[in-house]
Design a binder for this molecule. Structure first.
Ligand code: IPE
Ligand code: MG
Length: 228
């Protein structure tokens, strides 16, 4: 979800106004994804590197996320959306916010409509290091470690690999996002700032994704008359 700051700057508003405007997009995209039959939606809300922003902006984001989570919990419950939070390990996260995350996770745990993962205080590299630590603690020998086993030590091992990443605002970077699970993801980079990103923009990304030829490193199946 990129481009909040630029959205605000273009209106001569403080960056926080862009974050506030992002809320409407968040809700619209969750509802659109759910209606479109998306089973797993992940929103990248705050990275381990975002702690390096000015304290006032970080504090604003913590407060905003808390308000959004509390305000929309009934909607998420009503839509049958199961919520979980990826990351959330840094002690700088306010205790009440971490508690709200836990409460929403528990509240929506029985839902099966769509799994919404909010990546908050998330870092792909940290997840990989934590998985390595966890493997070592489990006492496995080096020759026992496979990709499958390694993946079991990442957070939420039941979450499938990422199919599609949508990065708004035109930036074309991975920014430490779910590094293990994006190995064969398709990418789109819509040139729209997150607060301006609407349902049709999201659906256009899904349409683009459907037309992609996903080969996972193999070659397309042979067709009759193929000279190869
Ligand atoms: C939102 O957009 C992403 C968050 C970390 C909340 P930005 O705040 O990165 O917006 P730009 O990139 O400065 O425009
Ligand atoms: Mg940005």
């Amino acid at each position: 979800m990129d481009g909040n700051g630029r959205w605000a700057q273009r209106r001569s508003l403080p960056r926080t106004a862009g974050h506030r405007a992002a809320e409407a997009t968040v809700i619209e995209i969750i509802e659109t994804a759910r209606s479109a039959g998306v089973e797993w939606l992940t929103l990248y809300a705050f990275s381990t590197e975002n702690w390096n922003r000015p304290g006032t902006e970080v504090d604003y984001l913590m407060g905003l996320v808390r308000r959004v989570v509390r305000k929309h919990a009934p909607l998420l419950l009503a839509r049958g959306i199961r919520c979980r939070f990826l990351g959330v390990t840094d002690p700088r996260i306010p205790r009440e916010l971490a508690q709200d995350f836990d409460d929403l996770t528990t509240l929506t745990d029985g839902n099966r409509g769509m799994t919404l993962t909010v990546a908050f205080d998330h870092g792909g590299r940290r997840d990989i290091v934590e998985a390595a630590r966890s493997l070592i603690r489990s006492g496995k020998r080096a020759d026992e470690v496979t990709e499958h086993l390694f993946a079991q030590h990442l957070p939420f091992p039941d979450t499938p690999d990422v199919d599609l990443v949508i990065r708004t605002s035109g930036e074309q970077r991975i920014s430490n996002f779910m590094l293990w699970k994006v190995a064969y993801a398709e990418w789109t980079f819509p040139d729209v700032l997150w607060p301006d990103f609407r349902a049709p923009d999201f659906l256009a990304c899904l349409h683009t994704y459907r037309r992609r030829d996903r080969r996972f490193g193999t070659v397309p199946p042979r067709t009759n008359g193929d000279p190869r």
